[in-house]
Design a protein around this ligand. Structure first.
Ligand SMILES: Nc1nc2c([nH]c(=O)n2[C@H]2C[C@H](O)[C@@H](COP(=O)(O)OP(=O)(O)OP(=O)(O)O)O2)c(=O)[nH]1
Length: 161
C-alpha cells in the first residue's frame, strides 16, 4: 500500500470579497418607501430600496447616509442591518438596513423617476428588482403584514440581459 501523506493544507484561492450595495428601508406609519429606478437603462422601471455601492473608504452606515442624501435629499440614521446578504451579480452583494428618517421629504433627485410610500398590501404589486424580493418580504413581516401579503411576489422586474 503506498503511503498517503497529507501535505500542508492547500486552500483554494479565496474569492475576492464582493462589493457591498447598501439599501435603506425607510418605514413610516406602517408604510415602506420604494424607489423606481430610471438608470441604467437595463434596470429602468424596476422598484428597489434606495441606496448604492459602499466606497472603499466608507463604512456601510456612512454610505447609506450619503446615498440617501444624494438620491432622495433626506437625512437618515441607519438603525439595523437585516439578516442576510443577497447576491446581485458577480462581485456585488446587497445588504439592507432599516433607517430612520431624520429630516426632509424623499424625492427622486438622482437615478429614480419616482418614490412611493407603500402600504403593506401594495408592496407585492410592484415590479421589484429580483434581489429585493426576499429582504422586502422580511420587512413586510416586520410591519406585521398578513401572510398572504408576504407570499412570493408575482410581479418581479426582469432586467434586460
Ligand atoms: N441601490 C440599490 N441597488 C440595488 C438594489 N437591488 C439591486 O439589485 N441593486 C443593484 C442595482 C445596481 O446594479 C446596483 C447598485 O448600483 P447603484 O447604481 O445604485 O450604485 P451607486 O449609486 O453607488 O452608483 P455608481 O457608483 O455605480 O454610479 O445594485 C437595491 O435595493 N438598491
Amino acid at each position: 500500500m503506498p503511503e498517503h501523506r497529507t501535505g500542508p493544507e492547500v486552500s483554494p484561492p479565496a474569492a475576492p470579497a464582493a462589493r457591498v450595495v447598501v439599501a435603506g428601508a425607510l418605514l413610516r406609519g406602517g408604510r415602506l418607501l420604494a424607489a423606481r429606478r430610471s438608470a441604467p437603462a437595463a434596470l429602468a422601471g424596476g422598484w428597489e430600496l434606495p441606496g448604492g455601492k459602499v466606497e472603499p473608504d466608507e463604512l456601510p452606515e456612512q454610505a447609506l447616509v450619503r446615498e440617501l442624501r444624494e438620491e432622495l435629499g433626506v437625512l437618515v440614521r441607519p438603525l439595523r442591518r437585516l439578516p442576510g446578504a443577497w447576491p446581485i451579480r458577480a462581485g456585488l452583494v446587497l445588504h439592507v438596513w432599516t433607517v430612520e428618517l431624520l429630516a426632509g421629504e424623499p424625492e427622486p433627485l438622482e437615478d429614480h423617476s419616482e418614490v412611493r410610500w407603500l402600504e403593506p398590501a401594495e408592496v407585492p404589486l410592484l415590479a421589484w428588482l429580483p434581489q429585493d424580493v426576499e429582504p422586502v418580504r422580511l420587512l413586510l413581516a416586520e410591519l406585521g403584514a398578513p401572510e398572504h401579503a408576504r407570499a412570493p411576489f408575482d410581479s418581479v422586474f426582469r432586467p434586460e440581459l
